[in-house]
Design a protein around this ligand. Sequence first.
Ligand code: ADP
Ligand code: MG
Length: 475
Amino acid sequence: MSETAQSVWNSCLLFIKDNITPQAYKTWFEPIQPVKLTDKALSIQVPSKFFYEWLEEHYVKLLKVSLQRVLGEHAKLVYVIKMENTYGNKVPFTEKIPSSQRGNVASQEVDVPIQNKSPELKNPFVIPGIRNVKIESQLNPNYNFDNFLEGDSNRLARSAGMAVANKPGGTSFNPLLIFGAVGLGKTHLAHAIGIEIKDKYPEKTVLYISAEKFTQQYIESVKKNNRNDFIHFYQLIDVLIVDDIQLLSGKAGTQDVFFHIFNHLHQNGKQVILTSDKAPVDMQDIEHRLLSRFKWGLSAELQHPDFETRVSIIKNKLYRDGVDMPEDIIEFLANNIKTNIRELEGAIISLIAHSSFNKKDITLDLAKKIVDNYVRNTKREVSIDYIQKVVSDYFQMDVETLQSKTRKRHIVQARQLAMFFAKKYTKASLASIGSQIGKRDHATVLHACKTVDNLASTDKQFYKFVEDLRKKFEM
Ligand code: ADP
Ligand code: MG
């Protein structure tokens, strides 16, 4: 039987459809066009680079399984990116595109072998003759120095990282401890150093591991009675990167084993790179002898990025995603999300997603809405206005309807829910809540709160309303 790209893809879709929500299917799979089938490789065309990255990030397993069901285990997937340039006329990919294809629609092929993105660390214990085994570095190539933008907030850590990468084990930055609050780039920088080392010194064994996974492996080794093999394995590494070392706090056994590994590596001129969300002085429940080791090298802090750095991080991300965004929106984002680069990126991604799938331009209004989702709990008090807005949105009515005098049941319920949450999440008095939600008196608000309590415990559907809304406010 001869198969075509279309027939293979149709079979994949049947399987995919059964495994995701109809909404996700519609958004992410309907727009895909199968374009070519050669041997075991199916080429699919996607509308943008962003789209492709989204698929890779969220649906790679599903795609893999579905394709392997149809084409066997050697199935391969090739993405063809067909870019419709809807955001102004900047097409950052033009460099890679033959000039004949430049214009509004460009296509770029990305050949992606389907593979497990984060392969499990090869179990070091069951492999005899470990010295001959190539150890996978577990590094993420997307976290490199090129896209780790420099600013005052990270200059020290970044240059120290560079120095270490140039001469692993050969600087006084050993260990190099990178510390800073969540979302400021510790993991990114740690990977970047590892990648740079692999690049410069391909013969060196580099290993990235999270402290959490390290702990799990250690516990496993104790269970299996091969703690020594565990230690030996780690002592073979030339550059050991342990992320989120603060997670070792309170874990005496793991700390002990790490202490031995550390000493061995250090004595042998091997490089150790650590990250932590706290400065060494603030780490609790970490053994003194281990803490003092952390202080042997350099502790470099990642601070909150300043405005300029935030702007360049946003611009760089947009450029890589092939998206153009008006300057005022970039500034709005940089001004409103200040303390966490991951949140900044999250906001950008949501913004792009909203705009590209609703076929709307990226506007300041949309940006405001999205930023609300990111900064609400840190900066915003929940206001009664906000509560009314969320409740009305949830029931797909407008605020005026929610406040109106009508006795229609679903509107009354929405209003009562708004009052209930206003009581729960603000310090406003019953009277003040009443006057702001449709000019009612305090008795009405009190009655509303009781009704919501009652209904929530007797009516399943209503309980779900309360829970859904609660999640929105407590997000
Ligand atoms: P942490 O490990 O400190 O919590 P991450 O390294 O996971 O933070 O960084 C969060 C996100 O912010 C990542 O997507 C990372 O790529 C991005 N990021 C952090 N710092 C920078 C930077 N200087 N330039 C570009 N992106 C950055
Ligand atoms: Mg991290």
